[in-house]
Write a protein that binds this ligand. Structure first.
Ligand code: NAD
Length: 290
């Protein structure tokens, strides 16, 4: 049976390291790092995510800014708010919690964030750096997945990786990061015929779709590493895209939901914020290996 890729424990250890380092460094710098989260409307999933992020910030010693804004807040008001955070010396990271209400242009808003505070890695400049393989702020979920695979020393070079899902938030950047680690990457999506035929070739299989039960044991190559990014709300609680029990019998490694990628996403957000803080103050950063 597959070994669990335990994102929850790794995330807790990373947070512990961040907390220890910040307790030492923040007094020297004269301020803690700051993260501004802008959340518009009252999407219940967003409420849970924002709550987790703010709680984790408090745990490690990052000050939270921003907050919840009513659904009728205008594009101009939000842009102005972002501009204020861009200039605010106490703020190292700015995050717009997605999805925004449909009448707002989220892409346009994301591009008003100054790239060196774009801790979600969604600004064109940071996406361009990712494409070029240059250092920059990277999307938290893809970077968190890479960190989890790295922690378990999963070999990637020369491996067949199949990424199911091609969103700008997860699938596309994660495929690029796997490519940068010398995997042979194939993207699959809603228009891919014979998904099972493709996924069965994967040494590394990523599912980032949002569909319960999408990945069955028959779709998994024996010994494959399976990463479940999906989050689906069911009456029984949160589940991923992968048939966990079935696939556990086939795969060599598998991420649980919850306790896998989601936990790493939050930890990576903290790391990105601290990276931005460190650069702003020209600090020598430790490795934070977990
Ligand atoms: P999205 O809706 O933007 O993208 C879904 C992708 O899945 C699309 O590219 C689509 O082509 C593909 N797809 C849809 N149906 C498919 C099918 N039947 N077969 C193959 N591909 C199909 O979603 P997203 O923002 O990329 O998020 C994907 C999932 O990951 C969601 O469940 C989301 O909640 C979850 N998520 C988790 C985290 C985390 O921290 N764990 C972070 C972000 C997103």
């Amino acid at each position: 049976t597959a070994q669990i890729l335990d994102g929850k424990t790794l995330a807790q250890r990373l947070k512990g390291q961040l907390q220890t380092w910040l307790a030492e460094v923040s007094p020297q710098v004269g301020r803690p790092p700051g993260l501004a989260v802008i959340w518009v409307g009252d999407n219940p999933a967003s409420a849970a995510y924002v709550g987790q992020k703010q709680k984790s910030c408090a745990q490690v010693g990052i000050t939270s800014f921003g907050g919840q804004f009513p659904a009728h807040t205008s594009q101009g008001e939000l842009a102005h708010l972002i501009q204020q955070f861009n200039q605010d010396e106490r703020v190292d990271g700015i995050l717009v919690q997605l999805p925004l209400p449909a009448d707002l242009d989220s892409t346009k808003l994301l591009h008003t964030i100054t790239p060196d505070k774009d801790v979600d890695g969604l600004h064109l400049v940071n996406l361009g750096k990712l494409l070029r393989g240059e250092p920059g702020l990277q999307s938290c979920t893809p970077a968190g997945v890479m960190r989890l695979l790295g922690h378990y020393q999963i070999p990637l070079a020369g491996k067949q990786a199949v990424v199911v899902g091609r969103s700008i938030l997860v699938g596309k950047p994660l495929g690029l990061l796997l490519l940068a680690s010398d995997a042979t990457v194939t993207f699959a999506h809603s228009r891919t015929p014979d998904l099972a035929g493709l996924t069965r070739q994967a040494d590394i299989l990523i599912s980032a779709v949002g569909r319960q039960g999408l990945i069955t044991p028959q779709m998994v190559k024996p010994g494959a590493v399976v990463v479940d990014v999906g989050i689906n709300r069911t009456p029984a609680g949160l589940v991923g895209d992968v048939d966990f029990v079935g696939v556990q019998a086939v795969a060599s490694y598998l991420t649980p939901v919850p306790g896998g990628v989601g936990a790493m996403t939050v930890a990576q957000l903290l790391l990105n914020t601290v990276q931005s803080y460190g650069q702003r103050h020209e600090l020598v950063m430790p490795q934070f290996s977990g």
